[in-house]
Design a protein around this ligand. Structure first.
Ligand code: TXA
Ligand code: MG
Length: 308
């Protein structure tokens, strides 16, 4: 707790705090502090026109940061927050261009992680309570799902007043579902653990309008990629790494990196498995994609980008 109070103070002074969420670790800054937010882009090597997700602690704070929120977005928020869902909404005047890359919309999420929620609560007591945070990895690379991943990836770029909070392993392991809520019907911009089916239980998704482009970095073709070449659904050769459900038999001289027993475990371990491939200096890692709906859709989306 002491560490969380200190982290809230550091955020309020304009320093960066990497923190755990149930999806992946985020690299956070006070969403109202321009210099602090600009440092996120520097540390990540991220192009500054890529909008950031703003994390808040309670639905009551939504109207500070957004306007014209459709009723269905409130319904989604009440049902799935705190949780792995980001809503794209029209921003209020309190959200500046340096957070949204100049767009008039903002992505908002309440994460479902005890440490993250405590941090947001403490930060709300002394400051804005809004933490702008992308995943805590270098731009284009695999998102971190443990404290150690963040340390390995960013400690050279963080200063002594910045912090990394250790909150164990991310439970879900894939980034949040992003839902555009700026039209009459919502659209999924990035699949995640909140599935199409779960959204349709609340509000009919816009099915005619799937292809409209929005500027979001997950839409860049190569993303979430390790150094090893990721190949999908190929027969692994000797010396290749392999990630596949545990009933898939490892061929001779292939290095088995991941053997999850179910889809949830596949998602939870995917990014650390891809990092393992790099630690082992593998040139190629073969991933046999999981079949099915819901979380498997999000896994295949990330694999497609990792393999590009
Ligand atoms: O699970 C998550 O969403 C994690 C944790 C830390 O919350 N965050 C995360 O952030 O994945 P990031 O920046 O790595 O990916 C967020 C995505 C980016 O593709 C970004 O472009 C998109 O959200 N995004 C943010 N604001 C947006 C907006 N106003 N319109 C469209 N896309 C937006
Ligand atoms: Mg990211």
């Amino acid at each position: 707790m002491e560490q969380i109070v200190k982290a809230a103070n550091q955020l309020n002074k304009g320093f960066l705090v990497a923190f755990p969420t149930e999806t992946v670790y985020g690299l956070g800054a006070d969403a109202t502090n321009e210099n602090a937010v600009l440092r996120i882009f520097e540390v990540k090597n991220r192009p500054s026109n890529h909008p950031l997700i703003v994390h808040i602690g309670s639905i009551n704070e939504l109207e500070n940061w957004t306007k014209d929120v459709p009723e269905y977005a409130y319904a989604l928020a009440r049902k799935y927050w705190p949780g792995p869902m980001t809503l794209i909404l029209i921003r209020s005047k309190n959200i500046k261009d340096f957070v949204t890359g100049g767009q008039d919309t903002v992505g908002i999420r309440i994460p479902n992680n005890e440490t993250a929620l405590l941090l947001l609560k403490e930060f709300k007591k002394i400051g804005s309570g809004a933490i702008a945070a992308p995943s805590a990895n270098k731009f284009g690379k695999v998102s971190p799902t443990s404290y150690q991943h963040v340390v390995n990836e960013l400690s050279n770029d963080l200063g002594e007043n910045d912090m990394i909070i250790d909150g164990g392993n991310s439970e879900i392991g894939l980034e949040s579902t992003i839902i555009d809520c700026t039209s009459e019907f919502p659209r999924i911009l990035r699949p995640g653990a909140i599935s199409e089916k779960q959204i349709n239980e609340i509000i009919q998704l816009d099915l005619n309008n799937k292809e409209t482009e929005m500027r979001f970095s997950g839409s860049f073709k190569s993303h979430y990629a390790p150094n090893a070449k990721v190949l999908l659904d190929e027969i692994p050769k000797p010396g290749d790494g392999l990630i596949a459900m545990n009933d898939f038999v490892t061929p001779k001289d292939v290095i088995r990196i991941g053997a999850p027993e179910n889809i949830e475990e596949f998602a939870r371990n995917l990014y650390s498995d891809l990092r393992k491939a790099d630690e082992l200096n593998l040139k190629r890692v073969i991933v046999i994609q999981p079949q099915g709906d819901e979380l498997a859709v999000a896994i295949r989306d990330r694999l497609k980008k990792a393999s590009h």
